[in-house]
Design a protein around this ligand. Structure first.
Ligand SMILES: Cc1cc2nc3c(=O)[nH]c(=O)nc-3n(C[C@H](O)[C@H](O)[C@H](O)COP(=O)(O)O)c2cc1C
Length: 212
């Protein structure tokens, strides 16, 4: 057994007070996101996306947050991927933002829905051309015999679309996760962490402090 018992640190950077936290969780998210982003992390928009398959098995993977507002959090992917198939059967999803440089995490639970084709097309065409071609070359999450097959497919689509506008594939686009619960966690000394939970009741957000 490799024991890691000695790896530990105290969390001392700050506090989060349920009384002064914003009334809307997206306002609080925005404030924390901007603070995290100012620390210049490698990939500030990284988040862990959770889904559940038909057997109840949870899945998780990293995706990139591409926009957010009071309606929710938008990311882009292949609608035929594992996650896409899981969302078609069960739209419940979670997000986890791990902002450990600030001793913080943010959890989100809610429901995903596809954004409009127009919104997806706008983002798709803002991507570098090679990324647009990559979306055509990859049948995300399906078995692939070898890397050469993928590279050959990329070369084919490059030859086909290389010079003109690359269309948005039918199977590719964005999802918006509409939150029903958001929790902000700030590490505290002696493991007395601050946790503020927002839950949606009807159209209004309630907040409360949780035990660490
Ligand atoms: C840093 C990073 C960023 C990623 N961003 C995305 C993304 O925005 N969209 C996406 O579909 N996959 C992204 N991936 C790949 C996913 O983690 C995952 O491998 C892929 O979406 C297939 O997941 P699935 O088989 O569960 O559907 C990213 C991976 C990493 C490590």
């Amino acid at each position: 057994m490799t024991d890691l018992f000695d790896i530990r640190r105290e969390y001392t950077q700050g506090h989060l007070d349920e009384k002064t936290a914003a009334d809307h969780p997206l306002t609080q998210f925005h404030a924390w996101f901007e603070e995290f982003r100012a620390t210049a992390p490698l990939e500030p928009t990284v988040m862990v996306l959770g889904s559940v398959d038909a057997s109840g098995q949870p899945w998780q993977r990293i995706v990139l947050l591409k926009s957010y507002d009071e309606q929710g959090f938008v990311f882009f992917t292949n609608y035929e991927s594992h996650k896409g198939q899981q969302f078609a059967a069960n739209p419940k999803a979670s997000l986890l933002f791990s902002w450990l440089g600030l001793e913080r995490q943010v959890q989100v639970q809610g429901t995903v829905s596809r954004i409009s084709r127009e919104e997806s097309a706008e983002y798709f065409h803002s991507r570098p051309l090679e990324s647009q071609l990559g979306a055509w070359a990859s049948r995300q999450s399906r078995p692939l015999p070898d890397r050469a097959t993928l590279e050959a497919r990329f070369a084919e689509v490059k030859a086909e679309y290389g010079d003109g506008e690359i269309p948005l594939p039918d199977y590719w686009g964005g999802y918006r996760l509409t939150p029903a619960r958001v929790e902000f966690w700030q590490g505290g000394a002696a493991r007395l962490h601050d946790r503020v939970e927002y839950s949606l009741t009807g159209h209004s957000w309630q907040k409360q402090r949780l035990n660490p």
